[in-house]
Ligand binder design. Sequence first.
Ligand code: G3P
Length: 217
Amino acid sequence: MKFFIDTANLAQIREAHDLGILDGVTTNPSLMAKEGIKGEAAIMQHYKDICEIVGSGDVSAEVFSTDFKSIIEEGQKLAAIDSNIVVKVPMIKDGIKAIKWFTDNSIRTNCTLVFSAGQAILAAKAGAKYVSPFIGRIDDSNWDGVELIAQIAQIYSVQGFKTEILAASIRSALHIVKCAEVGADVCTCPLDSILGLLKHPLTDIGLAKFLEDAKKM
Ligand code: G3P
């Protein structure tokens, strides 16, 4: 399973990249706004900066447009920033049409705001490189987000769809483990959830004892 970081914060992207286990980055308008990125020039520069940090990893950059023509124009501009940019497109009718157009024109896409297996099937039919089910937000609405990942994994496997399942809206280290268990191809996570995987009290207790005994060596 690939590890992406779900942030537009350059310091956090650098920290995850320095761990040596980062495969890419996902952003969205909320994450970009949180970093105070405003205006087309600043947005383009920020994506360039992210691409530079992650090297060969994929970087999802989301369109703001919702009609076919504008999504295409915006997506082409984003894709031209760097060969690692993946154009993130919302799961709407014009979005699906645009994903098919991007697929036919060799531009990779990430279909976002996916909350059902039916939506995931449409994204795959349109040729999306990634499909992003938002599992934390599904949990928030009293459904089981991980179950949706398992269902999509089963459908894609039976049908032979090549679209990669990118589990998004990850809220914990446990989410990452569960997504790995049921066949997500990618998890995009906040830095805290990635670092949460390191934690186990028995590791801390064991290390303290080893370090104490090492003094006697
Ligand atoms: O990038 C999309 C997704 O990961 C958003 O997560 O925490 O806002 O539900 P969240």
